[in-house]
Design a protein around this ligand. Structure first.
Ligand code: FES
Length: 116
């Protein structure tokens, strides 16, 4: 995982292993508070890129650094009021009303991405 700053906000970039991709793809949409298929949130399944700002009150969720609590879905956990995001950055539990936002981005090479 890598965090970069874009327009004053953290952007979470996570290289997802197979199990995280599969977990994200296998969730039935009717279990999601903000239903969105994983395929609509990534350009390449192995790279998830989201704005790291909780959609509840704007805290920065934990889960980017080794050893941080990622919550039961392996994504991110926001300790403010306990919002829990999955490996697609989708809200799964807690008060946040929406998934972590996906910024505009484009791959300029296999491992190079331009955000914005
Ligand atoms: Fe994330 Fe409140 S800002 S749960």
């Amino acid at each position: 995982s890598l965090t970069v700053k874009w327009r004053g906000k953290p952007v979470f970039i996570r290289h997802r292993p197979e199990d995280q991709i599969k977990a994200a793809e296998d969730v039935p949409l009717n279990q999601l508070p903000d239903p969105q298929p994983d395929s609509a949130r990534v350009q390449k399944p192995e790279w998830l890129i989201v704005i790291g700002v909780c959609t509840h009150l704007g805290c920065i969720p934990l889960g980017q650094n080794p050893g941080e609590n990622r919550g039961p879905y392996g994504g991110w956990f926001c300790p403010c009021h306990g919002s829990i995001y999955d490996t697609s950055g989708r809200i799964r539990q807690g008060p946040a009303p929406a998934n972590l936002a996906v910024p505009t981005y484009a791959f300029t090479a296999d491992t190079k991405v331009k955000i914005g």
